[in-house]
Design a protein around this ligand. Structure first.
Ligand code: GDP
Ligand code: GDP
Length: 462
């Protein structure tokens, strides 16, 4: 059937609260094999449209201190064994504790998919803990409050592609084996098993308005007209992926174009392509936003680029149908200008002109995608960052709300994919957006990170 999610974490982080919220009254008792499942609760969960099984390591609070660690380890290991995906909960108010680290070790050793969630995140008291959560190495935490029912949508959107991949895998298990190089990826979530990422193919999605030329482009990249001959059951609904190599780098392209076929009715098209885009963006590390050169940067194109930025994906803009353009040199200047003006959140965005029809520009597109992925993974040393920071402050001091200048003390890179930085300062809540932008733009220029989302958090020293 569907997938099984285990909620793991140390006692008191809110696992049961979340479990109850997901299961409601639909609690199903587990078969009580002696000693195996007694401490594990299992229930039929519902979140949005998703149905899945949820396991909770209940009963930990009864443990005495001495026995707690061992017991927690055994229970967590058992839950993890039974699950397809783990939801790793921490208490954002308490921050990351050594016991959280123990849980993280268990999860890392096991590999597989982990979603990290910072619970008890209602209100600002949780901000520091949410940032600390990055240090666990499971990527961006989902901010949530199990008690108040907040953040469940974010959890849902993390689970959606995983659920789709499971549904797809079941379908293809049942039907014939798919063609050799058309496969559906079960661990498509880019951040999911964050260890080791090198041998995993670089995940790419091609998104854009209907008729931009997505299918033509994906077929051209494949070199053969075989994309739309994939397993029919999957192609009408879920993202289909195709794996290939670009200059020795394994890449995997997700195609959602087939999904358009669902919408026979014209007026549904706009809405559908946005939600298709959303799904594809979730799968991807690099998102190629494909524009039609004749009608570039329409609102739908901008929405999808913005979505990719907010999801923290690397973005490349490809302008298609370049073969049909008359005044190419004038047009490229206009496009660059429009890009900087309309997508300031992705300053320096890479823009490539292509013709999916003739194949022109595709080599450069491949190089640009690989380059954007490198930037997205970039790590800057703490020493360099702090040297840079003092220069920035000297050139342009931070604001002084109420006459008291905000002091920027120290900075470090908290994460990659996309790059995220933490700046320790006094009165972080009073920091102005314009100064934050100044720093983000400076980071982009100095450390050569064009076109990638950059996250910057201001934090007071705890
Ligand atoms: P478990 O031991 O991990 O299963 O944790 P519980 O679900 O029993 O929750 C531990 C405590 O945290 C309880 O007092 C909950 O009411 C509280 N709690 C759970 N979720 C939240 C939340 O989102 N915000 C806050 N402030 N408290 C929460
Ligand atoms: P999708 O809806 O984004 O998948 O778009 P399609 O790949 O189905 O292409 C829509 C139309 O644009 C088709 O008629 C294609 O032949 C045409 N098209 C795609 N790429 C190009 C191109 O590079 N140049 C020109 N002139 N037409 C193209």
């Amino acid at each position: 059937m569907s997938f099984t999610l285990a909620i793991v974490g140390r006692p008191n982080v809110g696992k049961s609260t979340l479990f109850n919220r997901l299961v409601g009254k639909r609690l199903a008792l587990v078969d009580d094999q002696p000693g195996v499942t007694r401490d594990l609760r299992e229930g039929a969960a519902r979140l949005g449209d998703l149905r899945f099984t949820v396991i909770d390591t209940a009963g930990l609070e009864d443990a005495t201190d001495a026995s707690l660690q061992g017991r927690m380890r055994r229970l967590t290991e058992r839950a993890v064994e039974m699950a397809d995906i783990c939801l790793f909960l921490i208490d954002a108010r308490a921050g990351v504790t050594p016991v959280d680290e123990t849980v993280a070790d268990i999860l890392r050793r096991r590999g597989g998919q982990v979603i990290l969630a910072a619970n008890k995140s209602e209100g600002r008291a949780a901000d520091a803990g949410v940032i600390e959560a990055y240090s666990l190495g499971f990527g961006e935490p989902v901010r949530m409050s199990a008690e108040h029912g907040e953040g469940l949508n974010d959890l849902l959107s993390q689970l959606m592609p995983i659920a789709d991949a499971y549904a797809e895998r079941e379908r293809s298990d049942r039907s014939e084996a798919p063609e050799t190089d058309i496969d559906v990826d079960a661990d498509a979530e880019p951040d999911a098993p964050r260890i080791p990422t090198r041998e995993r193919p670089l995940q790419i999605a091609v998104v854009g308005r209907p008729n931009a030329g997505k299918s033509t482009l994906v077929n051209a990249l494949l070199g053969e007209d075989r994309l739309l001959t994939g397993p029919e059951a999957g192609i009408t609904r879920d993202a289909i992926s195709v794996t290939m190599e670009w200059g020795g780098v394994p890449v995997r392209i997700f195609d959602t174009a087939g999904m358009r076929k669902k919408a026979k009715v014209q007026e549904k098209l706009e809405k559908l392509s946005v939600s298709d885009g959303l799904r594809a963006v979730k799968f991807a590390e690099v998102v190629i936003v494909l524009l039609d050169a004749a009608i570039p940067f329409e609102s739908q194109d901008l929405r999808i680029a913005d979505l990719a930025e907010r999801e923290g994906r690397a973005v490349v803009i490809a302008v298609n149908k370049w073969d049909a353009e008359e005044d190419k040199s004038r047009k490229i200047i206009e496009l660059r200008e429009a890009c900087e003006r309309l997508l300031p959140q992705l300053r320096g965005l890479r823009l490539v002109t292509v013709s999916a029809l003739t194949g022109k520009g595709l080599d450069r597109l491949r190089e640009t995608v690989i380059g954007a992925h490198d930037v997205w993974n970039r790590r800057v040393t703490t020493a360099k960052l702090n040297q840079w920071l003092s220069g920035m402050v000297e050139a342009h001091p931070p604001p002084a709300p109420g006459g008291r200048r905000i002091k920027l003390r120290y900075m470090t890179q908290a994460k990659t994919r996309p790059p995220g930085f933490v700046v320790m300062c006094s009165n972080p809540e009073k920091m102005s957006d314009s100064y934050t932008r100044y720093l983000v733009n400076g980071l982009r220029e100095t450390f050569d990170m064009p076109g990638t989302p950059i996250r910057l958090w201001m934090r007071s020293q705890a």
